[in-house]
Ligand binder design. Structure first.
Ligand code: G4P
Length: 538
């Protein structure tokens, strides 16, 4: 198997597209599928109408989850490569789900709207990629419209994100008069034919050398001169292409194009596949796990419940790290210390889910989950027991007291809340001294509360009462000598709310940094942690 395993690894590219809503992530994904031959006409992944990003519309998308989820992991082939695109949820609000997806990829494509440059959501997602030191490829989109000057966008990447860029191609023509791209490696100008299909079909183009008389005939003098000047400037003053710097996320290869009108999409795809890394090693309790290790291993990065309301199923998405995955194989599940049979594995292609028989490192497989899996869980060969390094966690910033309106529904309420906690959508706390009738729920954004309300109602039939709490900061508390921290032992515990997390670890919720300062000053031996003390923070 060794040789086949290595071949399968070499041809895999697993990545996510990160962007601010509306920059063109969905359109670019569609176009990659179009060029990959996985769909025939663009516009078919999701109905455009379901793509609005406001909360209410996002709920609509969730209602049609059969569609939105099957398009959240896409696999297709191009030029001998097997490509896995992991979609990061596109809604406005900050979501942990998005970040976890980034834990499962080997590189990222950052889409920027040429007119808007680097936007808030891009910054947050970029930070996670940067911390993981994965290669980041930049696609500057919407070149068919008026936008910022390419040089200014390069400056913006450096000043706002702190990453230098190396343009792989350069736009020919600007401000809506975009004609094509100059490929800096082949030194060829590629001009695109007029689009008569509104981007629904792949686009034809013609290539010219810079000094070709035909090029001079079709480009006006001003555009041609501007291109020559830019090329000279880039060659003299631009950052040199450096594969090592790209590999560790210090330099981003930059591409220009327009996803909607299919400008530069194919060139981007080909260059991306050439430069992007195959599946990477992962650190674990047993050192680095190499993809070519024949012993199977994988980790759970996402759990999605009730995707099909008719079946109330729950899928755990795993990313394969090493070895070959086979249907019905037995694996060791680290968290429960049990051997589990992996039946009915699923893979995703555009709108179809299909049962698969085998998969390789870099691939994403959806497993039917009877409720045993948690985010970050390790699955491995029975002969090789270890755990992958824990996922980093996010400090919660919003808190609400939550209880079932109808106390008779308490059982369903607890089940639903536990489920969402296991999926990683919310963090659960219990107030010291309070009864078990209510929980304190912590999240990283307010959208999660809407999701909580909606899902408890639609999936568990429970109406909840939700009262926002004025806290913005949570701190896990310890003493150096492992003496337990209790509300009584803490001076100023009443300045916030003393709660326990799911593992009964003490946590203090306070309004602001000022209150935190007071607690610190008055409890000299107290240690405070922004996330549970055994976890790493993002
Ligand atoms: P997102 O997933 O990043 O949120 O963005 P999405 O692809 O949904 O694109 C957001 C809007 O930008 C869409 O317009 C889309 O058509 C448009 N768009 C994407 N790429 C390009 C491009 O290269 N050039 C131009 N001019 N527009 C582009 P919409 O009005 O929201 O939808 P629709 O009415 O066009 O379907």
């Amino acid at each position: 198997m060794g040789e086949q395993l290595q071949q399968e690894i070499n041809r895999r590219r697993t990545f996510a597209i990160i962007s601010h809503p509306d920059a063109g992530k969905t359109t670019l994904t569609e176009k990659l599928l179009l060029y990959g031959g996985a769909i025939h006409l663009a516009g078919s992944i999701k109905s455009r109408k379901t793509q609005r990003h406001a909360v209410s519309d996002w709920m609509e998308i969730e209602k049609q989850r059969g569609i939105s989820v099957t398009s959240s992991v896409l696999q297709f082939d191009y030029g001998g490569c097997r490509i896995n695109i992991l979609d990061t949820p596109g809604h406005q609000d900050f979501s942990e789900d998005t970040y976890r997806t980034l834990m499962a990829v080997d590189s990222a494509v950052m889409v920027l709207d040429a007119a808007k440059g680097v936007e808030t959501q891009t910054k947050k997602l970029f930070k996670v990629c940067k911390e993981r030191r994965i290669p980041i490829f930049t696609f500057v989109n919407k070149l068919d419209r008026f936008g910022k000057a390419p040089i200014d966008l390069m400056d913006e990447l450096e000043n706002v994100l702190g990453i230098r860029s190396c343009p792989m191609n350069w736009p020919v023509g600007s401000d809506g008069r975009y004609r094509g791209v100059f490929d800096r490696q082949t030194k060829l100008v590629e001009l695109f034919a007029a689009d008569e299909t509104h981007g629904q079909e792949t686009r034809t183009s013609q290539k010219f050398t810079l000094d070709a008389p035909e090029l001079r005939e079709v480009l006006d003098e001003e555009t041609y001169q501007a291109l020559l000047d830019d090329i000279t400037l880039l060659d003299e003053a631009g950052e040199a292409f450096d594969e090592k710097k790209i590999a560790c996320g210090e330099l981003t290869p930059m591409f220009f194009g327009s996803a909607m009108t299919n400008f530069g999409v194919q060139n981007f795809l080909e260059e991306y596949l050439r430069l992007a890394p195959p599946p990477a090693v992962r650190s674990s309790s047993d050192g680095d796990i190499q993809p070519a290790d024949e012993r199977f291993s994988a980790f759970v990065f996402k759990i999605q419940a009730n995707m099909n309301p008719a079946h109330r199923d729950r899928l755990a998405f795993i990313r394969i790290v090493s070895g070959k995955f086979e249907r019905n194989m037995n694996v060791w599940h680290a968290s429960s210390d049990k051997v589990i049979k992996l039946a009915q594995p699923q893979q995703f292609l555009a709108q179809d889910r299909q049962i698969i028989d085998e998969a390789w490192p870099g691939d994403i497989v959806g497993l039917f989950d009877p409720g045993v899996f948690g985010i970050g869980d390790t699955l491995s060969d029975e002969s090789h027991k270890f755990r992958f390094a824990d996922f980093p966690v996010f400090p919660p910033e919003k808190f609400a007291r939550v209880q079932a309106k109808d106390t008779m529904k308490r059982k369903q309420f607890v089940k639903g809340v536990e489920q969402l906690t296991q999926e990683g959508a919310i963090q659960l706390f219990r107030q010291a001294g309070a009864g078990v009738e209510s929980y304190i729920v912590g999240t990283v954004g307010t959208l999660q509360f809407d999701v909580l309300t909606y899902r408890l109602k639609s999936e568990y039939g429970v109406d909840i009462e939700l009262v926002m709490q004025p806290f913005e900061v949570a701190r896990w508390l310890t003493y150096p000598d492992e003496k337990p921290v209790t509300p009584e032992s803490l001076r100023g515990a009443d300045r916030g709310m003393f709660v326990y997390d799911r593992n009964d670890r003490p946590v203090l919720l306070v309004n602001n940094e000022w209150s935190l300062g007071w607690i610190t000053d008055n409890n000299p031996s107290l240690q405070m942690h922004t996330v549970p003390p055994d976890r790493k923070e993002i």
